[in-house]
Design a protein around this ligand. Structure first.
Ligand code: J2J
Length: 516
């Protein structure tokens, strides 16, 4: 396995292979298999562009050859920051075929994040849309990064060539962790286990060739990548991409393409429900919407099916692996109050107290997870790994949950210092570190405050140094430092001093109660 990554112990790898979870198949071969079986079937629709499986497969081969001709080869890292386009899909399958590793950035990331991803992974290339804003961003991060040889504003293509086969057990890509630390952590995923996560989602959701899945969230996130791209390709269905979740764009697409499935964060689901009341578009092809990424309130959950005229399913998951979806046979009383059931029979879940002891069944504790598609460690992070994983390989999710007798997971809160702003995860420490560099900030703590649409928003609690800063000043400062806009606090709370815990640490719990 790639240097800096933590492999599964052989005993587990053996078990996962024997049970058929891990197959001797790369991600590139997964697409090839579909193209062989059903080459003429529609695979991908983006605007007016349409690709059959055979066409997408052929383009992936040309992209792999085009990358190689540029000098990008097996093992090279490529930071991918593209909107939801056909080029995005072709590029990543080209990279998988070549054995080069995409690092999935989000469109909202700016120089602070992108510079870090490029430097930390030693990226050879950075793929961006051909737009002035992204070209300027690329110029900015390129200075001081000699390893970054290419900025790709178009997807290179060339006559297909024979390529060595990547090892299915090796790392195929990097996802970003929502994280809780000062700098984002990178999640290495291998061909065979990540492919399995897509397969397991397809099976849990009963996907088949008639599935038409619309992705309107940024595709470079684990949820749309596995539930949208991988599960759909596995089932031989059709993937439809929208540039964003606005009903103006997505509703006509649902109608035109006969979309049957889509995934939405709760805030977007609310928007869709309101827009559906206008009844301007025929949404009757929708069989189901899946809501996840942040907690869907029980109240909103009851309104989804009547408003959208299709079934509701909830989903939870994490870039680190474990994910859960409801099953078609789950009764409404389970679907309305839980976030889903783990997708693999081999997922191992523990719910523990502060001393890592299992809590009694049905009680709330931190969720720990281990299994055939949950990582054993972050990339090149031995110190974080010692904290984020138990000695026997369980990932500490930082989520407070309880389990129903049926095994369904109910999200009850968090122990990790992270804000979930409508599905966008913000590591408090990362933003605090930036704010501490502001001359008017003496002490700072970022906490979440409840928000009806987004679930939570960020509030910066600041003890000033002399004259207090304004929110606008802090926002401009963070943007100047190249931080993604969704991490900029929505509120500012100026205080003379912070409440402390008995140990003398800043009490975020007390702060949250004060500002909430
Ligand atoms: C409450 N919190 C949730 C939910 C995720 C499927 C779906 C989502 C993600 C994802 C994903 C939640 N209710 N329904 O990767 O495959 C919070 C938890 C979790 C964190 C992970 C997938 N669904 N969360 O959101 O890596 O706190 O993945 O630990 O972005 O989101 O975030 P992320």
């Amino acid at each position: 396995m790639l240097d800096g990554c933590v492999p599964w112990p052989e005993e587990f790898a053996e078990r996962y292979r024997a049970a058929g979870y891990w197959k001797d198949e790369t991600l590139g071969e997964m697409l090839r298999a579909r193209a062989r079986e059903r080459g003429e079937r529609p695979a991908l629709v983006v605007g007016q562009e349409r690709y059959t499986y055979a066409e997408l497969d052929a383009r992936a081969d040309r992209v792999a050859a085009g990358l190689l001709a540029l000098g990008i080869g097996p093992g090279d890292r490529v930071v991918v920051q593209l909107p939801n386009t056909a080029g995005f899909v072709a590029l990543i399958f080209g990279l998988f075929r070549l054995g080069a590793l995409p690092v999935f950035a989000l469109p909202a990331h700016r120089s602070s994040e992108i510079g870090y991803f490029c430097a930390f992974t030693g990226a050879a290339a950075y793929a961006i849309p051909d737009e002035p804003e992204y070209r300027a961003l690329a110029e900015e991060v390129r200075a001081g990064l000699p390893a970054l040889k290419h900025v790709l504003t178009t997807i290179p293509e060339a006559e297909p060539v024979e390529l060595p086969r990547p090892d299915p057990a090796d790392v195929a890509l990097f996802l970003l962790s929502g994280g809780t630390t000062g700098v984002p952590k990178l999640v290495p995923r291998t061909h065979q286990e990540w492919a399995y996560s897509g397969r397991a989602v397809a099976e849990a959701c009963d996907y088949d060739a008639s599935t038409v899945h619309l992705v309107s969230l940024p595709l470079g996130h684990n949820w749309p990548l596995t539930h949208g791209l991988l599960a759909t390709v596995h089932a031989g269905g059709t993937l439809v991409l929208a540039s964003g979740p606005s009903p103006d764009e997505t509703f006509p697409l649902v109608e035109r393409e006969g979309v049957t499935e889509t995934g939405l964060v709760p805030g977007v689901a609310l928007l869709w429900m309101e827009a559906a009341e206008w009844g301007e578009h025929d949404l009757s092809s929708l069989r189901r919407v899946t809501i996840g990424g942040s907690k869907l309130s029980d109240e909103l959950a009851t309104r989804v099916e009547p408003a959208l005229g299709c079934r509701l399913q909830q989903a939870f998951g994490m870039a680190e692996g474990l994910c859960g979806f409801h099953r078609p046979a789950d009764p409404p009383e389970v679907v309305l109050v839980s976030q889903g059931l783990p997708v693999s029979p081999a997922d191992e879940l523990r719910v523990v107290d502060e001393d890592d002891r299992d809590v009694p069944p049905g009680e709330i504790g931190q969720l720990l997870a281990r299994g055939p598609y949950t990582i054993r460690g972050y990339y090149r992070s031995p110190e974080h790994n010692a904290q984020s994983f138990t000695s026997d390989g369980f990932y500490r999710t930082g989520d407070l949950v309880r389990l129903l007798p049926t095994g369904h997971v109910v999200f009850e809160g968090r122990v990790k210092d992270q804000i979930n702003r409508g599905g966008d995860k913000i590591a408090a420490e990362e933003v605090e570190n930036h704010l501490l560099a502001h001359p008017k900030v003496r002490q700072v703590a970022l906490v979440g405050v409840p928000d009806e649409v987004l679930g939570e928003r960020g509030c910066a609690c600041v003890v000033p140094r002399g004259e207090p800063p304004t929110l606008a000043e802090l926002a401009a400062f963070l943007r100047e430092r190249g931080l993604a806009a969704f991490k900029v606090p929505d509120r500012l709370w100026i205080m003379a001093e912070f409440p402390l815990t008995p140990l003398g640490k800043v009490s975020k719990k007390a702060l949250t109660a004060m500002v909430g």
